[in-house]
Design a protein around this ligand. Structure first.
Ligand code: COA
Length: 215
């Protein structure tokens, strides 16, 4: 196994980040179980980070292969503003042009997200004051447990501390990932549930928020 390098994100990494994000979007497995249109889902999940705040993103590389990433944002409020006013309007036009909303798989998924919304599952306490930064981390399945994840977290936390950010939080639906974050010094802040995959899994998933203070 070649040495694993942790480095800053570069523009050239963008397709690899999107590919890994797609391959792990369904609780660590590929998104094609619930969605059809890779480009749209990846814009939705990763565009803010790669295109508007690339300086807060880090890459784990081995033998010139991107094996994982951490995409972050220093402040959720800026992320929300840019998403709402810049990303979402363009995404809506793209969705209409590509007919994404007319595909059966997507209609079913969006309908189930709407049901989750009606059940108030997206309502959460506000963590943005004490823990303004967020992160998403994903390692390719065959490169897990090699310390790449913990080294990406260390690089990001070091960067946030230098930027004088007081805290960071994240959401995960995986019990196993919770164990990983606890080992990185994160504490559980909130537990909720998500029912929008019930039509595939026949069960609800937990939603955990973890946080870590930095100053
Ligand atoms: C969770 C994830 C980022 C961890 O990265 P990784 O490179 O595999 O983890 P590391 O090798 O750095 O592990 C660090 C420590 O966490 C533990 N750990 C890692 N993954 C774990 C898991 N799934 N269950 C329990 N412990 C785990 C390791 O055993 C290790 O413990 P140690 O320090 O006592 O030896 C990676 O497995 C992943 O991408 N999973 C799928 C997607 C996901 O769940 N993302 C997080 C949600 S945002």
């Amino acid at each position: 196994m070649e040495e694993i390098i942790i480095r800053r994100y570069k523009k050239i990494d963008r397709p690899f980040v999107r590919e890994i994000a797609w391959d792990t979007a369904f609780i660590g497995k590929p998104a094609d179980v619930f969605f059809e249109d890779k480009d749209i889902l990846m814009d939705f999940l990763t565009q803010y980070f790669t295109d508007y705040e690339p300086q807060s993103c880090f890459i784990a590389e081995s033998n010139n292969l991107v094996m994982g990433y951490l995409i972050g944002a220093k402040g959720v409020s800026l992320l929300k503003d840019i998403f709402q006013f810049k990303i979402f309007p363009k995404l809506l036009i793209k969705v209409i042009k590509r007919g994404t909303l007319f595909r059966k798989k997507n209609i079913i998924f969006i309908f189930n997200c709407f049901l989750s919304f009606l059940r108030r599952e997206f309502q959460m306490p506000d963590f943005n004051t004490a823990y303004p930064a967020i992160l998403h981390i994903n390692i390719r399945a065959n490169f897990r447990n090699l310390n790449a994840g913990s080294r990406l977290i260390a690089a990001y936390l070091n960067y946030l501390s230098q930027e004088k950010i007081p805290g960071v939080h994240l959401a995960t639906m995986s019990d196993e990932a919770g164990e990983f974050f606890r080992k990185q010094g994160f504490i559980p802040l909130h537990k909720g549930k998500r029912s929008y995959f019930r039509y595939i899994l026949q069960k609800d998933l937990p939603l955990y928020i973890y946080g870590k203070k930095l100053q």
